[in-house]
Design a protein around this ligand. Structure first.
Ligand SMILES: O=C(O)CCC(=O)C(=O)O
Length: 288
């Protein structure tokens, strides 16, 4: 049994499921007001849609047109940026990140949204378990702790019903030792091992980047709206591009915890976000 604490923690059930599957779904992570504010922000910025094309979807993953991509939400005009800024260190996500990444983690790169309409192409399955010795994309359990490289937090802003398409995963594949065969990756063989993840608006799925995952073509009449925040341990930067070491002016509008997770990768004397949302600066303790 978990001890009673005044803030949320990752429960024993959730730890078991993540260790077993390489992903977990947290139902009702966001309130309907939070989902509404995020959707209103997206609606008000519809003109910023980009095509996320040429990702090589083949076989059963192919479709008629590319999915939509939005980035830069943290700097959209006010008030539209605010609900996206609030998610950076949402009080409910902190304990999951502390448990899976260790104390001291950071946003890896700009949050982004994938949208899809009926007929939108998918994406071949990728993420290769433990095939390569990689410090950036891994899953390990050691000394009583789970640890990952890049972690995906995908919030749904619209329902994803069974058969709609969108995110699919191969449960347990974060521990596999063999590369996924192409015929499985393109959805043509052995699809009973692939799990489509149905969710309601406001639900969250957390998965390790080394859990084999991909996208099924979108078949529903309603728009897919999936919002990604991707985090890494404090010592790691996964997705390319220059890292800003001096923060732009708008960062001073953020809370201490939000600013802490926009810091570049480093370890020593780093501000750490505790489970209760407080930020502490201290040298890393041995064993963490
Ligand atoms: O559609 C999804 O949820 C998965 C997307 C993905 O794996 C990717 O863009 O690399």
């Amino acid at each position: 049994m978990n001890e009673q604490v005044p803030f949320a923690i990752m429960s024993d059930r959730e730890k078991y499921l993540f260790d077993l599957q390489g992903f977990i779904v947290i139902q009702g992570m966001l309130t309907s007001d939070e989902v509404k504010a995020l959707n209103e922000g997206l609606d008000a910025n519809h003109d910023k849609r980009l095509d996320d094309g040429n990702r090589g979807a083949s076989g059963a993953m192919a479709g008629d047109h590319p999915r939509g991509l939005y980035t830069g939400m943290l700097t959209w005009d006010k008030p539209w940026c605010q609900p996206f800024r609030d998610l950076l260190t949402h009080k409910k996500i902190i304990p999951y990140l502390n448990t899976l990444l260790g104390r001291g983690w950071k946003l890896d790169h700009n949050p982004f949204i994938y949208t899809a309409s009926k007929g939108t192409e998918g994406l071949n399955l990728h993420g290769h378990g433990m095939v390569n010795l990689s410090g950036s994309r891994f899953y390990a359990y050691q000394n009583g702790r789970m640890r990952c490289g890049l972690i995906n937090c995908q919030y749904q802003l619209a329902d994803v019903n069974p058969g709609d398409g969108g995110l699919c995963v191969v449960p347990g594949s974060h521990k596999t030792n063999f590369r996924i065969p192409r015929e499985i990756a393109i959805g043509e063989e052995d699809q009973e091992i692939v799990y489509h993840v149905p969710m309601k608006a406001g639900d969250l799925v957390i998965f390790s980047e080394n859990t084999t995952h991909g996208t099924l073509p979108w078949t529903a009449d309603n728009e897919r709206r999936s919002l990604f925040y991707r985090y890494t341990p404090m010592y790691l930067h996964y997705t390319g591009g220059e890292y800003e070491t001096s923060h732009p002016d708008w960062v001073s509008e953020l809370t201490e915890a939000q600013q802490a997770v926009l810091q570049p990768p480093y370890v020593y004397n780093r501000p750490l976000v505790e489970d209760d949302g407080e930020t502490v600066v201290q040298p890393r303790r041995e064993g963490e």
